[in-house]
Design a protein around this ligand. Structure first.
Ligand SMILES: NC(=O)c1ccc[n+]([C@@H]2O[C@H](COP(=O)([O-])OP(=O)(O)OC[C@H]3O[C@@H](n4cnc5c(N)ncnc54)[C@H](OP(=O)(O)O)[C@@H]3O)[C@@H](O)[C@H]2O)c1
Length: 281
């Protein structure tokens, strides 16, 4: 199977390439096999034509910045159109914050997106563009990703705060289902081989606040979790999605990959070696 991974220089893309070393990965500013700006439709088409992939996993995105909307929306559309033209299977990565976080229950795949942030709006628009261009694509909505060989941005902030080099508080009222990057990568690779189309919720089995997540990460790295301050997101002037729990029942039925909860990974007896304090600090 020939596999093309956009965003191969990124956190999830890097894990996908470690697990599928024959795949071609793209990079934008970082290092990788192939340099690609997904906003450039002709460049996307050229790469897909030259790699001739059986499947494309689209992880590339931009969280912030001037080009973020175009990268997330036009980029996703360009990749989906090129994959569809080549007859390649597409797995597109999306996020739990396509939801407003005010349902008071875990979101299921059939819930309509209702984003309340610019990033959420871009990712919801990207989902629609992907589904229009490539109706057979799987759209994986996931949550906070952690657990790679080097700390994710979420983990880096926690470790800096726990180490006393960053003054930061963690929200006690924003609920997420953090997912270990190995579980997510494995699930995505499994999904490549299935014919599943449409949104699929793929996140960790424990719903925790960002503050609890921070405490777990700090504790697993040997820091004192009590150093981490909590704060309430709902007291900020701008609206942020609060409770973005994802119901992953469909993924549990469909996939062999077990989506472990963050408490199990970071506190359980079989704690991953990727979480030894030396790997995190
Ligand atoms: N991380 C999370 O907690 C989280 C949570 C929910 C959903 N997701 C979703 O999961 C996916 C992967 O996230 P991640 O954390 O692995 O991302 P990441 O580490 O931030 O990596 C982003 C990747 O996108 C590439 N990129 C940025 N702009 C580009 C452009 N214009 N053209 C081509 N490539 C570009 C970057 O390339 P360079 O580094 O080479 O510049 C990098 O490889 C995203 O779709 C995201 O929405 C992530």
């Amino acid at each position: 199977m020939r596999l093309l991974v956009t965003g191969g220089s990124g956190y999830l893309g890097g894990e996908l390439l470690r697990r599928a070393p024959d795949a071609v990965g793209t990079a934008y500013t970082g290092s990788g096999d192939v340099r690609l700006d997904v906003r450039d439709a002709a460049a996307v088409a050229r790469i897909v034509e030259s790699v001739r992939p059986d499947a494309v996993i689209h992880t590339a995105y931009a969280r912030h910045g001037d080009g973020a909307w175009e990268t997330n929306v036009a980029g996703a559309r360009n990749v989906a159109l090129a994959a569809a033209a080549a007859g390649a299977r597409l797995v597109h990565l999306s996020t739990d914050v396509v939801f407003a976080g005010d349902a008071g229950r875990p979101y299921v795949e059939d819930d309509p997106p209702h984003p309340v942030t610019g990033y959420g709006r871009a990712k919801a628009e990207a989902e629609a563009a992907v589904r229009a261009a490539a109706p057979g694509a799987a759209v994986v909505r996931t949550s906070l990703v952690y657990g790679g060989p080097s700390p994710s941005p979420h983990e880096r902030a926690v470790l800096a705060a726990a180490g006393g080099v960053l003054d930061m508080a963690f929200f006690t009222d924003e609920i997420r289902c953090p997912v270990h990057v190995c579980d997510l990568a494995e699930a995505v690779l499994e999904l490549v081989g299935l014919a599943y189309a449409g949104p699929l919720h793929v996140a960790g089995g424990d719903a925790v606040s960002r503050h609890e997540f921070a405490r777990l990460v700090a504790g697993a790295a040997g820091h004192d979790p009590d150093r981490l301050r909590g704060a309430r997101s709902s007291e900020l002037p701008e609206r942020r999605p609060l409770d973005c729990r994802l119901d992953c029942g469909r993924a549990r039925t469909l996939l062999r990959t077990r989506l472990r909860g963050v408490r199990e990974v970071l506190q359980g007896p079989s704690r991953s070696t990727r979480h030894s304090p030396s790997a995190l600090v």
